[in-house]
Design a protein around this ligand. Structure first.
Ligand code: ATP
Ligand code: MG
Length: 435
């Protein structure tokens, strides 16, 4: 016997219960982004590999070791499954000259791919909601992004999630800091781990981000970037903070919050929770004023953030989020050829009237069909036998406590069916039209 084929490690099926929760989340996300007047953009899952090398940087974890890259066997092109969305979004904005008439607020969502060691909260295919604001320079839009996040957490009823912010200043400020940082780390070279030693010259800022407990003390005492910021950078940072204070959003300045690349600047932020173990960063964002030029566009400021959907949904579940509205309103059972044809008309008619209807398919005795009706979670069974079909009527049987189960089965004419069902489901509230 041949073995069944399994999904790729770290690339998970999302089964109906979770997929329903995801749909509910998608609805919420759409309304949330509309409330801030962000517009959707949909981007390919595969991009030319050089895009990521240029946009993310060759000295990053992502480009060094996490990308699913391959050669298109038909034309020899170097391709990569997108590990994040910003690069593709900026590429599309440049390719279609979207900034010609002013700045743009955009969002996208979908799967991202990184070849990491799978564990709780870390997968090889995962999902992000990404938000990008292109062509905006001021601290106002940075603050808007943070306020947006806070609103989404509030909409989801999330409480244990805290904001950390920092400023990376500008390139010149960072290079003075970098020189002092490298000198400091070289002094302690014998205490660094292999990873840190490797990064000492390629990407020393990332050492500050290390998760190795043995390095915490050294890193804690390292020169802090914020001490190197000039007046303008400090004013931008102060501007963001003033707007956060106005909005009543608490935050902590974390001097070790960094991004290792030159085109990241000024504001960086992360939303972190302690409820998810070591994969606690739910959302990360900040400014990347240098990226558009890095990808060949006319220099324009920009900033954005990405939410890790698996982590956010795990937190939502942890805090009581549940998928609602899974069961149909009506389950239609029927027997005989005439009854089946009538059942199709009834089911379509009820859908026209706005009800969710599961039509029994596959035959079987009334008893077996009623078992299915009960298991579906439907509020009502609409029963159609040869009798009903001949009379253009349907027998309605309430299936749930509190929704008329105590009531008798009743026979209702086809043209009064929607009204009768509305009566039973909403106790007379007029929500659905007649058939
Ligand atoms: P980490 O330090 O956890 O590896 P990162 O800095 O690589 O995170 P970003 O590139 O900033 O993450 O991505 C934004 C968000 O996407 C993260 O904060 C996280 O919520 C989510 N995320 C990133 N990688 C994964 C993954 N492999 N599986 C699930 N979620 C992820
Ligand atoms: Mg990572």
């Amino acid at each position: 016997m041949s073995q069944t084929i399994q999904a790729i490690r770290g690339m998970n099926d999302i089964l109906p219960d979770e997929a329903l929760q995801l749909e509910q989340f998608d609805d919420l996300v759409r309304d949330w982004l509309r409330a801030y007047a962000y517009r959707p953009i949909r981007l390919p899952v595969v991009e030319p590999t050089p895009l990521f090398a240029r946009a993310i940087g060759t000295a990053t974890d992502i480009v060094e070791k996490e990308m699913y890259s391959f050669i298109d066997s038909l034309n020899g092109e170097q391709l990569t499954l997108r590990p994040e969305g910003t690069a593709g979004c900026v590429r599309a904005v440049l390719q279609h000259n979207l900034l010609y008439d002013g700045p743009k607020r955009l969002y996208y969502q979908g799967p991202m791919f990184r070849h990491e060691r799978p564990q709780k909260g870390r997968y090889r295919q995962f999902h992000q909601v990404g938000v990008e604001a292109l062509g905006f320079a001021g601290p106002d839009i940075d603050a808007e992004h943070i306020l947006m996040c806070q609103r989404l957490w509030d909409d989801l009823g999330l409480t244990d999630i805290r904001l950390e912010i920092n400023s990376l200043g500008q390139v010149e400020e960072r290079s003075r800091h970098r020189a002092d940082l490298v000198a400091y780390l070289e002094e302690h070279a014998e205490m660094l781990d292999a990873d840190a030693r490797r990064r000492l010259h390629s990407n020393p800022l990332r050492i500050l981000d290390t998760k190795n407990p043995a390095l915490q003390e050294i890193v804690e005492a390292a020169p802090k970037l914020i001490g190197y910021l000039g007046e303008e950078s400090l004013a931008h940072f102060a501007g963001v903070q003033a707007l956060l204070k106005d909005a009543g959003i608490p935050y902590r300045i974390n001097p070790r919050l960094v991004r290792g690349l030159d085109y990241y600047n000024l504001t960086v932020f992360e939303w972190v929770t302690d409820r998810l173990g070591s994969q606690g960063t739910v959302c990360a964002g900040g400014r990347y004023d240098g990226l558009i030029a890095q990808l060949g566009g006319k220099p324009q400021p920009a900033c954005g953030f990405a939410i890790g959907i698996e982590r956010l949904l795990a937190l939502w579940r942890e805090q009581g989020g549940v998928a609602a509205g899974i069961a149909p309103d009506v389950y239609v059972v029927h027997q005989g050829e005439q009854a089946q044809r009538f059942a199709f008309r009834v089911a379509e008619g009820l859908r026209d009237a706005g009800f969710s209807v599961q039509l029994h398919c596959g035959g079987g005795s009334f008893k077996a069909q009623m078992k299915r009706a009960d298991a579906s979670g439907a509020m009502l069974a609409a029963i159609i036998g040869a009798d009903e079909a001949a009379a253009n009527e349907v027998s309605l049987k309430p299936l749930r406590d509190g929704f008329g189960k105590e009531q008798e089965q009743q026979r209702v004419a086809f043209d009064q069916l929607a009204e009768a069902i509305g009566e039973l489901l909403f106790h007379g509230e007029d929500e659905h039209g007649g058939l």
